[in-house]
Structures are given as C-alpha cells and as structure tokens.
Design a protein around this ligand. Structure first.
Ligand code: SF4
Length: 725
C-alpha cells in the first residue's frame, strides 16, 4: 500500500519516448481522483516542459479500471470475476497442456513499451529462461525495431549515440519520417525556441509526404513520395561525393565498406532521385549543400522511417551519411532515433524483443545465452538457441494453430496491428488468450478469455529509460485499484508456481532492478552503477553508468573521441569486433504494396498531438477530445476532385484487406497521390475508424517491423451515391 504523499511525486511521463519529468500533486479534496501535473523543472531531459498529454495524465488514471481477474470459457460468453488463485490455475493448466502438446514454442507473450524495465526483465526471465520459449515480443516491434536493427547492423550495437543537448548544438537538424511537433512535442519546442532566438543559427529540414506542424517551421520541406526515403539519402550521398565533402580521414580510420557504398551512390544522380522522389533537384542540392557545410548535423527520425519494408536499410542510409562526414560521436551531431513508447528503450536494454536477451545481448549468440542462464540460475541450454517469434509471426503461428497461449500485456494489438481482420481471425484460433491490462473494455479484451487487472505507472515502482538513454525512477505514489498487481509481480508469482521459487522470489521492484543492472556489466548499455536508491537520491541518470560512476557522471554521447568507460568504446571505436562502423550499400526497393490501377492512392497513417496510441487514456480527457473530436481523412484537392470527394462529407477508404469510413478534409498539405488517416480510433470508439485494418503486414526482413506507413487504397464518397438513392 502507498499512502498518498503530502508533497508532489516525481516520475517520467508515461506517454512518449521524450521521457519528460513530471511533478504530480495529490488531489486537493477527499474523493477527488484527479492528480494535477506539471513539468519537473529539475528533470535534465525536459527542464520543466510538458505537452498536453503529460499535463493531463493525472486526470486519466482512475477511469475505466479493471479491479479483479475476469474469466470466460468462450468468447461469446460474458466475463465473470474470479480470484487470482483461480486465474493462476487457468494459466498453469494451459501452460502445462501447451508444453506437453506443442512444446515451449507454443507459448508467446506480447508486451509493451508501457512496461517498466522490471516488468520487461521478469517477463523475459519467465518465458525465455524458465519456460524455454523466446517468443517474447513487444509493441516496440511496430514502433522502432528498424532503429534497433539499423544501429546494430551499422554501429555494432543498439543504442542511440546522441543526447537532447545536441538539439542545442547542431546547426543542421534533418527530421526524416517524424512529425516531431505532434509526436515528440517537447523536443520540437526546444528546437523552435532556438530557431526563434536566432533563425540563422539552426537550419531545419523536414522529409515527409505531408505538410505538418513540423514542416511549418522548416527551412526546407521535402515532400517526397512515400517509400523513397532511401533513394533520397543515396542522392545526398551522390552529391557529397561530387562535392568532395567526404571526411576521408574518418572514413579510413573508423569505417568499412566505403568503396561499395561510393559505387552505389554513383548511380543515384540528382535527376534520377528527383524523378523517383517527386522533389526538385534544387531542393536535393540544397540539402546536400547544407549537410556538407554544417559543423554539426543531427538527424532525427521515428516511425516514418522505421515502419517500412526497408526500414533497417533506410536507417543504414541515414547512418551512412553521418559516418562518411564524421558527423557522429560529438556535440550537435549524430543519427538519433526518437522512441515512441516511454520505456521502449528500457525494453531493449532488458531483452524485450524476440531476438534479444538482457544487456543488448542476442539469443543467437551461445556465449550470451550462457551468461544469462548463469545469472538467472537456470541450467545450461535452458534458453532456446533460435530467436523467438516477432509479433506478426505470432499471428501467423496462431493461424496455423501453433500457439496454445498468447499473453498480451499493457498493449492493444486489436487496434495497433496491421491487417486487423486477419489478426482477429488468427486470435480466434488460439485456445487461451490472456490480457494483462489496466483499463477495461479495450478492443483486445474482446478477444481474450482471461483478463488480469494490472497496476499501471503511478501504482508500481520501477524505472524507465527515455530516448537519450536517461533512466528515471518512477516510484509508486498511488494505490492500485482493487486487486490490480504490478506486471513483474504477476510474472514472478507464476514463475514460483511453476516451481522456480529461487529464481522468482523478489521482495521488491528494487531487487528486480538490482539483478538486472548486474547483468549489464561490461555491456554498451551498462547500468551496473544504478539502483532505485541512487536514482531516488540523485535523480535521473544517463547510461553507460558502470559501478563506481558518480551521480551525473553518465555518458552523454556514445562513440566519441574520448570516453571514460570500456563498455562504450572511445576514439570513435565501434563495438563491431574490429572497431569500425559498417557502411551499407543497400539498393532501394520502394513500397511493398505500391499503388496500382485498382488501388491508386497511398494511405499513410500517423498520430494527432493530443491522443496517445489507442486512446485508452486520452479518450477520457475532455480538452483532448474537444481538440480532436474525430479522425479526418486528409486528401489533396486534385485527388478529391478525381474521386468525387467533398470536403466535410464522409468517404470510404478501401484496401485489399477491408474498408473504413471517415470524414474528408481536402487539403493541399498532403502530396497528391497520398491520403492520411490517424491510427487512434479503434472499433470500440464512438467514431470508430480502424485505419490499421487497411494496412498490410509485409515488413522489413532485418527488423521484422511491418510497413504500417503505407498501403495502396482507393477512396469513394460514402454512402455510395447509388446506395443512397
Ligand atoms: S513530450 Fe512526450 S514525454 Fe513529454 S509530456 Fe509530452 S507525451 Fe509526455
């Protein structure tokens, strides 16, 4: 139990990966459930800044909460409350049955960047260590697994090398595939503040098929065709070569693969790039010229790059440009992936994807498996040698009847996954679907048999890591409702009931964290010097933070000239084995589902400033609902005219996978040939518009991240004129 503190509580915001510090004040009157929120001025990542989501999170915590486990034998039955004892019995029975019938590969967990690091750690220990299945994946797979794969492929390890102070030091910031103004608003405000102060000191280039609040502030907006980002990046490389703007010393000393890349770049002439991308040659020259002439170039990207069938190659395309110009490992420079979820970074550190183990280790490495087995106290060979199923592979496994248990935790895949009708059909084929969730009535609850009430952020203690590798302790400051429990505690209880008493007997989240931090010793993401106590006493800290590091002594940038820690190589050395970063000459392949005569437009999806993902929290905040009352289908007027659409009227959008309806907004802020829908509104919302139902599941072969940003569609007025007469 937590007694409400008289003073404010401090935590990291539980929405996006900027990871702003929040100060939360208890309700003023007894019975008032609302906590008031403001920015924590002492949090080094945000310095008191906060956006509308963070500012209103204290109003959402009590709404629509699950308070007791719920069970039903069949999906056409209503849920009945059951005890935790009965819930664990259901889990144990199905786990034993699945192990007997299908083996460990029949078990899968789909977790979330809403997890605290402790939740991730215990879930992975349970599934990968105790049960021998590597089928733990998380919604980070849909968000930034291409960044994970891209960093590892090019630099030798995951881990963004930059920090937020670089926003204040760069003189060119290239925002590619990111609507930072709406999706990472506090970071964007930091850039804007600089820009307002001295317009010449900072150049902003935005690469996005849509004009957005981000591109409104840009010096150059490249509204390229969807799916041509890698072509653009190679085109910039071509011009850097031509202008002799390559940092030959850096390339020779710290990279490999330049000859192949330079040969590839030769063919990406400005005319070819301009034709394919649908931008002017002059704009391409401008970007290359600014890149070559800037002392500090920072690239920011998020899902517009990652959610692509060539997401990892595009990340490599960005990193290539930084490496050949030496724009990495120093102030104001580097390739900086902005994370979507608040603790997706912590998940990566704790091994929270199907191919990973804690401490940026990988399942495929026998030495890594042995180190983790020893630390966890399991026999050699307990961790399976093959990477587990990424989330779309889990869906395919359910289609084949290969999963006996699918356990979803703290996420809502029945809104966020692509090809939703196929997902629904696959899930119906799984004999036990479990949902650990804080909120009642999500779309995913509709397909579950067993629902477990989860304590959420504010009701459980643990840490989160934000996009700049800064770890913040989020201590519990409210009691969980009813019988809700922390996710890590649910997984640990199950582990003990499975007979692994020693491995899962934790007294607190602090103990879980201590076990995790010890496992990071000597790794790039080392946090062996951190503890709940240190974070409580000294505030948020950046990693690497080996044992013995003084508070505030974490490392702001990776791969610099000078580095204090062996885990983070110095002298621009990269953890690739030979110390050199790898340049990749990937051929651009374009969209996995290009437009055609039957489906002539490209649908791209995105987010609104106020709403968060599937709206389980933000749909309860009146001012956000007022700001974004419904999803709007953005269509260019020329496409509107061609397809008979009227501004403000309804339209049907159809892909090969289904149809949705939405109100039309004719706007020249979107490229002709492209239409846009927000992804927030699931089937249970009053203005339901399941945008992801239309999207396909084809993904990047390296990262297994689906191409959620683009699908071929057609549009028509709705209701159809012939149907309404
Ligand atoms: S920018 Fe992100 S982390 Fe910061 S307050 Fe807004 S939603 Fe929260």
């Amino acid at each position: 139990m937590v007694s409400a503190p008289a003073a404010a509580a401090l935590a990291q915001c539980p929405y996006c990966g900027v990871g702003c510090g929040l100060e939360l004040k208890p309700p003023a009157a007894a019975g008032d459930p609302h906590w008031t929120t403001r920015g924590d001025r002492l949090h080094p990542s945000s310095l008191g800044q906060v956006c509308v989501k963070g500012a209103t999170v204290g109003e959402t915590l009590h709404h629509n909460r699950l308070t007791t486990p719920l069970w039903r034998e069949r999906r056409d039955q209503p849920f009945q409350p059951i005890s935790w004892e009965a819930a664990f019995e259901q889990l144990l029975t199905q786990i034993r049955r699945t192990l007997a019938d299908q083996g460990p590969a029949g078990l899968a967990i789909y977790g979330s960047g809403q997890f605290l690091t402790e939740d991730y750690y215990v879930a992975n220990k349970l599934l990968k260590g105790a049960l021998g299945s590597n089928n733990f994946d998380a919604n980070s797979r849909l968000c930034m697994s291409s960044a994970v794969a891209g960093y590892a492929r090019s630099l030798g390890s995951d881990g963004p090398p930059c920090c937020y102070d670089d926003l204040d030091a760069a003189d060119l910031v290239v925002l590619i595939g990111t609507n930072t103004a709406e999706c990472h608003p506090v970071l964007f405000q930091r850039l804007l503040k600089r820009k307002r102060k001295d317009r010449q000191a900072l150049r902003l280039v935005v690469v996005d098929p849509r004009a957005t609040a981000t591109s409104d502030a840009a010096d150059l907006h490249l509204a390229l065709r969807p799916g041509t980002d890698l072509v653009l990046l190679h085109g910039v490389g071509h011009l850097l070569l031509q202008a002799a703007a390559i940092n030959q010393g850096f390339v020779a000393a710290h990279t490999q693969g330049f000859a192949e890349l330079a040969a590839l770049w030769q063919v990406w002439t400005p005319q070819r790039v301009s034709d394919l991308c649908g931008i002017s040659e002059a704009d391409l020259h401008q970007l290359a010229q600014w890149w070559a002439g800037s002392a500090g170039v920072l690239s920011l990207w998020s899902m517009g790059v990652n959610q692509s069938s060539e997401g990892t190659a595009t990340v490599a395309g960005i990193i290539n440009l930084h490496l050949v110009t030496g724009q990495i490992g120093r102030k104001g420079a580097g390739p900086f992936s902005l994370t979507g979820q608040p603790n997706a970074m912590g998940g990566r550190e704790a091994g929270g994807l199907a191919q990973l183990l804690p401490g940026y280790r990988v399942v495929a490495n026998a030495e890594h498996r042995a180190e983790v087995e020893r630390h966890w106290g399991f026999a050699p060979g307990s961790i399976a040698a093959e990477p587990g199923l990424a989330v779309w592979q889990q869906i395919e496994a359910m289609e084949r009847g290969d999963l006996g248990l699918w356990w979803v935790a703290a996420t809502n895949p029945l809104v966020s996954m692509p090809s939703l009708d196929r997902v629904r059909a696959a899930v119906a084929n799984c004999p036990l679907v479990v949902l650990s969730e804080a909120y009642a009535d999500t779309e995913t609850a509709e397909v579950a048999h067993l629902v477990l009430p989860a304590a959420q952020w504010s009701e459980k203690s643990g840490v989160m890591t934000n996009s700049e590798r800064r770890v913040t302790l989020c201590a519990a400051f409210r009691d969980p409702p009813g019988e809700a429990r922390a996710d890590w505690a649910i997984f640990a209880e199950l582990g003990r009931r499975l007979g692994f008493v020693d491995q899962f007997s934790y007294g607190s989240a602090a103990e879980v964290y201590a076990e995790f931090t010890a496992l990071t010793a000597g790794r790039v993401c080392e946090v062996s010097g951190l503890s709940h106590d240190l974070l409580a006493q000294h505030g948020p800290q950046q990693w690497p933070f080996p044992a013995g590091t003084q508070p505030g002594g974490g490392q702001a940038r990776l791969y610099g000239e000078v580095c204090a820690f062996p885990a983070a190589p110095a002298g621009h050395r990269f953890p690739t084995g030979n110390g050199r970063a790898r340049l990749w000459a990937d051929l651009p392949l374009g969209l996995a589902e290009p437009p055609c005569d039957a489906y002539p437009l490209v649908l791209t999806v995105g987010r609104y400033l106020g709403h968060w993902h599937t709206m389980t929290r933000t749909a309860h905040v009146a001012r956000i609902v007022k700001q974004h009352p419904e999803p709007l289908l953005e269509v260019h007027p020329t496409d509107g005219e061609r397809h008979g659409l009227v501004d403000g009227a309804m339209a049907q959008v159809s892909s090969r996978r289904g149809s949705v309806t939405a109100r039309v907004q004719l706007t020249d802020r979107i490229r002709p040939g492209t239409v846009f829908l927000p992804m927030h509104w699931g089937a249970t919302q009053a203005k339901a518009c399941e945008a992801n139902r239309l999207m396909h599941e084809l993904g990047c072969p390296h990262s297994k991240q689906p191409e959620l940003k683009a699908a071929a569609v057609w549009v028509a007025p709705w209701p159809r004129p012939e149907a309404s007469t």
